[in-house]
Design a protein around this ligand. Sequence first.
Ligand code: HEM
Length: 225
Amino acid sequence: MAVTGSVFVAFLLFHMAGNLKVYLPDAELHFNEYAHWLRGFLNPLLPGSSFLWAFRAVIALCLVLHVYAGTTIFFRARVARGGFGRAITAKWHALTGRTMIWTGLIILCFIIFHLLDLTVGAKGVASKSFSGKATYTLEDGEVVTNAYQNLIGSFERPAVAAFYIITMVLIAIHLSHGIWSIINDFGGTASRTRSVFLVLAGLIALVIVIGNASIPLAVLAGVIS
Ligand code: HEM
């Protein structure tokens, strides 16, 4: 869980940095340039979009292993407790720990929705403006997918924007416990180390929720369009 979880934390920070390009002046150009760069990363060293596909394979493998390990831990813990429930404590850290399986399952549903919405452009999930054919011409004349307009079109739907925002909060809750657990699993169990990483985990989660959730909010508020 710790190894695959670390991959996700790195991915989320990287993905958020790319998403924040929507705030740059001339955002449509910068965002589409970035999406295009990502598809052809390490080209011509590697042919076409082969890096992207290798990257997708690693993320998919990590997801399968993470979900498998998470459900195994969940059921093992139930067996270990016998007929007893978990100790009820109002401490934030205990609450986030208890809800890991549920926040995790909602995040899994979100990922499926998100891929159908912004990567595949599936009918009935993606916005009407996403046809998979919406294009943008870069400064060098190359015609690419208009990832920026797909994103704006998606978040202009209030229910979808609300789903993204709520999920970002759940991701932050999941991460605040997950990052702290990663450090413990890697052996950082001294009480000072634990305290430092408890704060650090909260900070990273906060950065990710603010950075990401601000985007659907900004679209809804008409700040970016
Ligand atoms: C509000 C927050 C988010 C925004 C605005 C956003 C935006 C996007 C966009 C525009 C794409 C398509 C890029 C393209 O077509 O080139 C994408 C792809 C993707 N996003 Fe997000 N995303 C957000 C949050 C997340 C979160 C929280 C996760 C993971 C839990 C995630 C996982 C992915 C994955 C796996 C892909 C597919 C990458 C690929 O294989 O091409 N995203 N996202």
